[in-house]
Design a protein around this ligand. Structure first.
Ligand SMILES: NC(=O)c1ccc[n+]([C@@H]2O[C@H](COP(=O)([O-])OP(=O)(O)OC[C@H]3O[C@@H](n4cnc5c(N)ncnc54)[C@H](O)[C@@H]3O)[C@@H](O)[C@H]2O)c1
Length: 247
């Protein structure tokens, strides 16, 4: 039996990158996966491709910033499946610039997606999880939220906040057998990082003891562990997936 057979997972920001890989991996392990994103066409293509390879996936076009949309998705999933076992708060954006030049919109946009999105979806699924006395929530944070990064005051603050959010919620819902953890990726190969100049990539590599960038699957493996029964006694923790860049 696959380890997530019978489980229902919601993954936000699932139309590409790390979220797509997490969604594919959960489906491959038997979960019925609900993919949430604002990129409707890409999202539907990913859901179709998961279904074509024998997995269970459905696309829900929703903006994590919108609390009503989060409530609608959670209500529809609970009605259709009768359960929500996993929530992975992965949707995230950057608006990098030095603080002196940062516009209020840059600050608000990043906090709205990365932090408020996590609040919206976590609150939306909680009633169902509490009713079931079972649940797993994983927030995708970042090494920037642990060690800071020049040019990312907004992003780093939002990622430190989703760690604090996970710890606080873990304390609230632990008695209902719901765990809440964070995964903090370091430098992961992605469309964004692939476009960096060679000199910048080299500077980052020098900081990483394992001397290579991570892959989306490295993050997905940590998420799968935290969602699994093997992690039943782990809550309020941060799992760093960063090649040793920050210890
Ligand atoms: N790539 C890295 O090196 C790295 C490192 C540390 C942390 N992270 C975090 O991992 C997560 C995924 O990153 P990625 O590299 O795959 O990024 P990405 O930009 O490739 O994917 C992010 C996804 O989130 C979606 N999204 C954005 N705003 C949304 C909204 N309002 N509502 C719903 N969906 C929305 C996007 O459409 C996209 O599909 C993010 O939270 C990011 O901060 C990434």
């Amino acid at each position: 039996m696959k380890r997530f057979e019978g489980r229902v997972s919601i993954v936000t920001g699932a139309s590409q990158g790390i979220g797509e890989t997490i969604a594919r991996e959960l489906a491959a392990e038997g979960a019925a996966v609900v993919l949430v994103d604002i990129q409707k066409d890409k999202l539907e293509a990913v859901a179709r491709s998961i279904a074509e390879s024998g997995g269970r996936a459905e696309a829900r076009d929703a903006d994590v910033c919108d609390p009503a949309a989060a409530d609608r998705v959670a209500a529809a999933v609970a009605a259709a499946h009768g359960r929500i076992d996993h929530l992975v708060n992965n949707a995230g954006i950057t608006r990098d610039t030095l603080l002196m030049r940062m516009k209020e919109e840059d600050w608000d946009a990043v906090l709205r997606v990365n932090l408020k999105g996590t609040f919206n979806f976590s609150r939306a699924v909680l009633r169902t999880m509490i009713g079931a006395r079972y649940g797993r929530i994983v927030n995708i944070a970042s090494v920037a939220g642990q060690m800071g990064n020049a040019g990312q005051t907004n992003y780093a603050a939002s990622k430190a906040a989703v760690i604090a959010f996970a710890k606080s919620l873990a304390r609230e819902v632990g008695s209902r057998a719901i765990t809440v953890n964070a995964v903090a990726p370091g430098f992961i190969e992605s469309a964004m990082t692939g476009a960096l100049p060679e000199a910048v990539r080299k500077t980052y590599l020098d900081l990483i003891p394992l001397k290579k960038f991570g892959l989306p699957i490295d993050v997905a493996n940590a998420v799968k562990f935290l969602l699994s029964d093997d992690a039943a006694y782990i809550t309020g923790q941060v799992v760093s997936v960063n090649g040793g860049m920050y210890m």
